[in-house]
Design a protein around this ligand. Sequence first.
Ligand SMILES: [Cu+2]
Length: 383
Amino acid sequence: MTLWTLAQQGTFLLPPSASNLATGVDWDWNVILGISCFFFCMVVFIMLFFVIKYRQRSVHDQTPVITHNTPLEIAWTLIPFFVLMFIFYIGFKGFINYDTPASNAVIVDVEAHKWAFQFTYPNGGISDALYVQQGVPVVLQLHSTDVLHALYIPAFRTQRNLIPSRQTHIWFIPEVLSPKEGYPIFCTQYCGEGHSTMHTVVHVLAKTEFDQAMVAVANPFKTKDAKGNERWVPYVQLGEKFYNQMGCVSCHSINGAAGTGPTWKGLWKSDVNFSYSDIPGFALKPTDPDSKWIAYVEQSVAHPEAKIVRNFANVMPSFETQFNGTVSKTEKLRAIMAFMKSIGTTGWKPPYPADSDMYSVKLHPKYHPESLAAEKAAATQNK
Ligand SMILES: [Cu+2]
């Protein structure tokens, strides 16, 4: 799907009209366009007519002295006044509707950051593209984690800024099912070098498909391949997603760069010393067994204050509620650990069953391109 295919969805003048707001906005637009065209044509026509009618016929032509014409002046003041009041009325009515969400609306949280949107649904699911159900009102709660962004959905005729440390919202009722590729969503505030790539899509789905999509976004562990078969997402890949989604990325680098927290590069099975520890004299060494490292990471995310890595401050927030309680939460932490291991530089043997795709942890191809080459070589040998 390209931006070009998306751009071709609309009519000659406007993008497709797919929400309750679009109906009103398009009506206002057409009325104002009609009025403007009418007066434009009238003025041009009368001007051309007068230019010809009152042209200079001979050098002796005298211009009559006209000082004013009261009825005409009243007419050309009052008529535009009423036209403008009418335009103000339809605009203001639309604006009030635009700002008053339906009380039964579903609330979706929208976070903008450089350079993507992230949508969080009432069931806890998170996605990069927006999913909404046909006919069900939606409120998008908008906020930004870094700079000014804007969210614009042309097909719904709605747009608003996402402002750091402030909450804004837009709402709409999606009325028309979207084409398979969805309707485009754009960021319309210049927000840095990646601004031009800051776009995604909204899928308007019927109830059954929408319910399926909600189950899918709430279960990040499974995906569908190109043939539509369900399969497990490899843990390393999942872990990378959570690392970004859950905000670990803002304090922990994966390339060795300094940050608020220790880098994860080479962290797994390295030497770690502490400025404070709940167990006196506790330290970690490359030779320590996996079980000790797993226990340490589990404790680090739930109770970061229990052990403070030397040269770092006790500023990591607890992620206990995000990682404990349900199977899917504890599995999230496993996925993050798998990711951490995959960018590590020291040897590691998987503690999870290695036969399933879900559990097999390989070096991450993005950070270890050589592992991809080795895999390819193995694949050709097997032929
Ligand atoms: Cu932006």
